[in-house]
Design a protein around this ligand. Structure first.
Ligand code: CTP
Ligand code: MG
Length: 228
């Protein structure tokens, strides 16, 4: 199906401890966020893309992708969910239909494979709710007590790591995010807002290397991989 993309890119990247927000750090000759956008801009189903940027951000305007006619910038907010909401509101104001699909993807995930994007779109095209890319837990998992000792081993087969893109209908996601934020619920991803209003997003297995760059070693790992 055709889809809109919303890319939250208004974070400061405190855990990277770099001289600028991590989405602007170089990776294989481009800013990290340019790789992120490329995967969407190369897709024929893309209707348009909204990127949420911090209001005083001096880095975004100098990127070539900022000039792409399909890319629109909005001001991000204090939390990731606020930045996503700003992007969704912009889409609605610009005439996107409430039943249109929207894919929300972290600017800090530059290694999204086209195959994963196509699998997400394909598997959810007829889904009544939508869903997200996710990766099955790999390690043996322990539940800890307050004393730092193991309480029990958790059944790994039912545990998944939530990745992005996360794919929902514009109207449903707008309503869910607004309701969850107003209620003060913890909204760490789009799926958690959809869950908060009682729906059950579908998990679509994706590649583990679609990692979010969070700490310096994540970027080092990607640099080594891309150099090969
Ligand atoms: N993000 C955003 N607006 C915010 C906070 C985060 O658009 N107010 C974006 C980030 O730019 C990133 C994505 O959400 O692309 C995932 O967030 P995270 O990895 O936490 O990035 P930062 O918040 O920048 O990093 P940190 O938490 O280490 O400060
Ligand atoms: Mg953060």
């Amino acid at each position: 199906p055709d889809f809109w993309a919303v890319i939250p890119a208004a974070g400061v990247g405190s855990r990277m401890r770099a001289d600028r927000p991590k989405q602007y750090l170089p990776l294989a000759g481009k800013a990290l966020i340019e790789h992120t956008l490329d995967c969407f801009l190369d897709h024929p189903g893309l209707l348009g893309l909204v990127v949420s940027i911090a209001p005083e951000d001096p880095y975004w305007p100098s990127l070539t992708c900022a000039l792409d006619q399909r890319v629109q910038r909005v001001d991000g907010g204090a939390e990731r969910a606020d930045s996503v909401l700003a992007g969704l509101c912009h889409l609605r104001e610009r005439g996107a239909r409430l039943t249109d699909w929207v894919l929300v993807h972290d600017a800090a995930r530059p290694n999204l494979a086209r195959g994963d994007l196509d699998r997400l779109l394909g598997e959810l095209a007829d889904d009544p709710v939508g869903g997200l890319l996710a990766v099955p837990a790999r390690d043996t998992l322990k539940r800890a007590g307050a004393d730092g000792r193991v309480v029990e081993t958790v059944d790994r087969s039912v545990i998944w790591q939530a990745y992005t893109p996360q794919m929902f209908r514009l109207g449903a996601l707008l309503d869910a995010l607004q309701a969850a934020l107003e209620a003060g619920a913890a909204v760490t991803d789009e799926a958690s807002a959809i869950e908060w209003v009682g729906e059950s997003p579908r998990l679509v297995e994706g590649r583990a290397d679609n990692l979010k760059v969070t700490r310096p070693e994540d970027l080092q790992w990607l640099e080594q991989r891309w150099a090969r």
